[in-house]
Structure formats: structure tokens, C-alpha cells
Design a protein around this ligand. Sequence first.
Ligand code: SAM
Length: 228
Amino acid sequence: MKFTLLSLFPEILESYFSSSIMARAVEKGIVSYRNINIRDFAVDKHRTCDDAPYGGGPGMVLKAEPLAAALDFAGAPHLRTLCPTPSGRPFTQDYAKSLSAEEEIVLVCGRYEGIDQRVIDLYVSDEISVGDYVLSSGEIAAMVIIDAVYRLLDGVISLDSLAEESFVEGLLEYPQYTRPEVFRGLKVPEVLLSGHHANISAWRREQGIMKTRKYRPELLAGRKGYEI
Ligand code: SAM
């Protein structure tokens, strides 16, 4: 899968693609990426990419011309093009799953007050919010989206790991423990040491339901079989 990113600060993204599990996915050829610097498409001598908003108000807005030229260069008119923004559609695990079926995705990283609406109208297929809060940059939101998507691709993470994660069955995941058996007086739950797989499964399911009920009761609303 290919990710093409348009940004004013491509160096932020470069370190993400060259570290850890993502670096291995790139090395294996599962993921490829292109970082495009929007500033390379600014035409004036100061390479201006932002300007004051029409109608007044604080902050600056990313200008349409350099962004549109960068998007044309990226081939965006023919590709799924995402624009992270707090005013977009909420990003979820199901959304990530559906994006993982694409061969190539373009992401436009906003800054300041956001980007000129006409670029969104002309090029963007999905405006996506990664949560009900405001970040200062689209690069971080783009990394959130890419991270949730690429780890679902074949060969990145074991299928076992993906099968039991939060949201997969509409529940939050159960608590995890590793050695030592006792840490600062807190003992690992006995059942996890028992080797009894059916009991371990039942305990984990129950814990997942309890955690979901505590933090995300709306995930259980209207669903049967989640009583403990
Ligand atoms: N003026 C915008 C608003 O109130 O909706 C906020 C702009 S924010 C300071 C700058 C950039 O960060 C946005 O253009 C977007 O790319 C990114 N961003 C901030 N919060 C985000 C969120 N919750 N989801 C996705 N992207 C976000």
C-alpha cells in the first residue's frame, strides 16, 4: 500500500516511516510512501503557502494554489484523498479497515486554521477527525490514520494479535500481564497462570465486557449477550 503525504514539515513524517514496525513494513515492501513538501509548489519568491482568512479572524489558512499544484503532482484527482480535520467524519477501527483495502492513499496535512475549502471541494474524498480535540498539525493526525491502517495489512502484524484487539468485536480489550508474577505486592490473576484455556478465554471476555461497560458503555447499547 502506498501513502502519499503533502506537508509543510515532511521531516516530522520521515522519522515515523523509518522507525520500528513501520520501517520493517517498508523494508518488506508492504508499505511505500512519498513525502511531498507543499512549499516546493509555491510560486512567489518567498514560497508563501498561507494567507489571512477572508472574512477576517485569527490565524492563517493554507493557500489553494500551492496545495492544488502539489495534489496534481501527487495524482490526487484519481486517488482516495484524505484531509485530517477536527470537523471531519470520526475515525474508527471500521474506517481504518475500509481504508486498508485501498492501493494508494493521499493525505493532506493541514496547519494553522486549516486549508482553503476550495481544495477540499476539488480534491478531497474524506475529511477525517481523529478525535474530539484540536491538534496543532495535520501531520500527527495523518500518522494516527496511517498507523491504524497499515498494521491491518497482511504481513505487518500476526493475525492472532489483530484478532483479539479492542473494537474487533465491539469490545475493549481485557487487561494484559507479563512477568514477574508479583509486582509491588500485586499478583497476576490466578486464572492466567492456570493453563486452562477455556477459563482464560472466559475471564478475558468478562474483563473486556467490564472495561467496556466502565469506559465505553455506548458500545454495548442494544447488544445482547454482554451481561456478566
Ligand atoms: N481551525 C480548525 C478547527 O477549528 O476545526 C483547527 C485547525 S488545527 C489547529 C490545524 C490542523 O491540525 C488541521 O488543519 C488538521 O489538519 C489538524 N487537526 C487538528 N485536530 C485534528 C483532529 N481532531 N483530527 C484530524 N486532524 C486534526
